[in-house]
Design a protein around this ligand. Structure first.
Ligand code: SAH
Length: 215
């Protein structure tokens, strides 16, 4: 039942909108999204929309998860930093594609269940940190990929600094109500940016979210 719903999600929401990376599609075909959603909402697990979870936070719409993941173009050798792990759904998708995911979440009520879910699903390549993701995770940097799932007005300096040479970073940048999903690519000390379209994420809660890298 949920396997059919997942197959339909991959076909109608991901492929139909142009996502092509077969590894990303296979990862999203594998992760049981219903296990990341409150039981009373699990019938909506594969709907084409974000869903409200605990603590006023949301699990992203499947297409946005796919779009952000594809943009990172990960290989099995890569290490990834994820800011705003929330339910851990995006974490699981990343962990299927990368060597290691370093996941940061500021709310313990979300982080602990996320950690337990991924352990139950058998993941061994995720490191978790409770805290402010706007400062990144300097001890485990640099990262080939950085995925930020909370909106900031501008790119926090620390996250740009922790990106490896040739690395990619995706982040929703803008105001509280509307943002642009931006793909940043590092070449030496230069950072190029490309827009992936309008999005709406919950805000990054941090005093550091306003310390920005030059653009
Ligand atoms: N990708 C998640 C959804 C993330 S919602 C999923 O698939 O479930 C955004 C998350 O960012 C929320 O869980 C919120 O608590 C977290 N967040 C907001 N500001 C943060 C910060 N400064 N550091 C770490 N996490 C933060």
């Amino acid at each position: 039942m949920s396997r059919d719903a997942r197959r339909a999600m991959v076909r109608n929401q991901l492929r139909a909108r142009g996502l092509r990376d077969l590894r990303v599609l296979a990862a999203m075909q594998w992760v049981p999204r219903e296990q990341f959603i409150p039981p009373n909402l699990s019938r909506h697990a594969y709907d084409d929309q974000p869903i409200s979870v605990a603590a006023g936070q949301t699990i992203s719409q499947p297409y946005i998860v796919g779009l952000m993941t594809e943009a990172l173009a990960l290989t099995h050798a890569d290490r990834v930093l994820e800011i705003g792990a929330g339910t851990g759904y995006q974490t699981a998708v990343l962990a299927l594609l990368a060597r290691e995911v370093c996941a940061v979440e500021r709310l313990e009520v979300l982080l602990e269940p996320a950690r337990a879910r991924l352990a139950r699903l058998g993941f061994r390549n995720v490191r978790w940190r409770l805290g402010d993701g706007a400062i990144g995770w300097p001890q485990t940097a640099p990262f080939a990929g950085v995925l930020v799932a909370a909106a900031a007005p501008t790119l926090p300096t620390a996250l740009a600094d922790q990106l490896a040479e040739g690395g990619r970073l995706v982040i929703p940048l803008g105001s509280r109500d509307e943002q642009d999903l931006v793909l940043v690519r590092r070449r030496g000390d230069r950072f190029s940016e490309r827009s992936l379209g309008p999005v709406r994420f919950v805000p990054m809660v941090s005093p550091h979210a306003f310390q920005s890298a030059p653009r």
